[in-house]
Design a protein around this ligand. Structure first.
Ligand code: NAD
Length: 385
């Protein structure tokens, strides 16, 4: 069942057939009306860049390219980048919106309090991958459907991770800064620049992105390790050439480079704390494009400052946008960027199309592709439980 409160037909079926695990599911109205819906999109603003590329669909101005289509069907489509603070634009629409589309790049934090006020809300769509900006338990209890465009930017992120690994291994960023600053000091770079070949790279999480990264690393002749809740089937493991490590704490001390490729969940939040970081090799490099909150923010700052972590690179922060005084902006040995890896133009085209597809199905009362559900029928997807 796609959505508990999607459309009349579905609503009636949902009541009779679902495994209702939360009593409050029944206390909310099942939206019977198949008519006009209020859809709110929260995206980053592009200002002067918005018109520079007709495929730049992920920004607030271009709004996934679905405005004309939605409005021609009589739906209302409100788009904003103003998502935080008591008087923000998003909060004005919370009481009567039916669908909220948000992205991990400029996350609309959908708290339990917002869900409580959103009396008409039926569907939360993530244009991208990673729906941890939504209080998933509260969404499940309220009978909402949460879905994302699974697979839409996995290649984009895996390519970006490979780039970050090379940037850190080669000590690229300080060399680039030298050029800009009119300096020339080969020694300052060369005393800790290495080849990637022969190094041990471990990914924590080997789902869609982790596997693509391992495949891309294979020709570099590294020693590849992975830890995941689930072991790959032996044939795939052999093809990828990575060894499974059941115990993450046994894998981590072996790694020269650690890459994070799992979702932010109750189990992974703060997983890289002071104690775990202390067990990593001195001089380890870390790439984290998964989620900022998987790290203990201050523990990363301290380890980068002491040199225990020789390089940290990623594009995910907690919170986002990162405030001007976020300590990761100022710590040494970092190659951070704003959250960009999963929002290439190619990725935008894919997640815009995937979002439109789910909206179309929602209007027709049809199921979504099974892998897209994060919350469905009061149940969280297995890795979020
Ligand atoms: N920076 C970006 O732009 C960007 C883009 C896409 C995804 N992401 C992040 O990357 C994450 C992974 O994306 P994906 O498409 O590979 O997802 P995926 O669901 O295909 O893979 C996630 C993997 O993590 C494993 N996992 C989950 N919890 C675990 C735990 N506690 N211990 C060990 N393994 C665990 C799962 O078994 C799965 O194999 C997303 O959840 C998202 O947070 C970031």
């Amino acid at each position: 069942m796609a959505m508990r409160r999607a459309a009349s037909v579905i609503g009636a079926r949902a009541l009779s057939s679902t495994r209702v695990s939360c009593p409050s599911l029944l206390s909310r109205d099942l939206h019977a009306s198949p008519g006009s819906k209020k859809i709110v999109g929260v995206f980053y603003k592009a200002n002067e860049y918005a018109a520079m590329n007709p495929n730049f669909l992920g920004c607030a101005e271009n709004a996934l390219g679905i405005r004309e289509w939605l409005e021609s069907q009589g739906h209302q489509y409100i788009v904003t980048d103003d998502k935080d603070g008591p008087d923000c634009e998003l909060d004005k629409h919370i009481p009567d919106l039916h669908v909220l589309i948000s992205t991990p790049f400029h996350p609309a934090y959908v708290t339990a309090e917002r869900i409580k006020r959103a009396k008409n809300l039926q569907l939360l769509l993530t244009a991208g991958i990673g729906s941890d900006h939504v209080d998933l338990k509260a969404a499940a209890e309220a009978g909402l459907t949460v879905a994302e465009v699974t697979g839409s930017n996995t290649v984009s992120v895996a390519e970006d991770e490979l780039m970050r690994i090379l940037i850190l291994v080669r000590n690229f960023v300080p060399g680039h800064h030298q050029v800009i600053n009119g300096e020339w000091n080969v020694a300052a770079i060369a005393h800790r620049a290495y080849d990637l070949e022969g190094k041990t790279v471990g990914t924590v999480g080997a789902g869609r992105i982790g596997r693509l990264l391992l495949q891309r690393l294979k020709p570099f002749n590294c020693n590849l390790l992975y830890h995941d809740r689930l072991k790959m089937d032996p044939e795939l493991e052999k093809e990828i050439g990575a060894k499974f490590e059941e115990d993450v704490d046994k894998m981590l001390p072996k790694c020269d480079i650690v890459v994070i490729n799992m979702p932010l969940t109750e189990k992974t939040k703060g997983m890289f704390n002071k104690e775990r970081i202390a067990k990593l090799k001195k001089g380890v490099l870390i790439v984290n494009n998964a989620r900022g909150a998987i790290m203990d923010t201050q523990a990363i700052v301290d380890a980068c400052s002491s040199g225990h972590i020789a390089g940290y690179s990623g594009d995910v922060w907690n919170p986002q946008p990162a405030p001007k005084d976020h300590p990761w902006r100022y710590m040494p040995n970092q190659a951070m960027t704003p959250h960009t890896s999963g929002t290439t133009i190619d990725a935008q085209l894919r997640y815009a199309a995937g979002t439109k597809d789910m909206l179309e199905r929602y209007f027709k009362g049809e199921e979504f592709p099974a892998q897209n559900y994060i919350v469905n029928e009061g149940q969280l997807a297995s890795q979020y439980r």
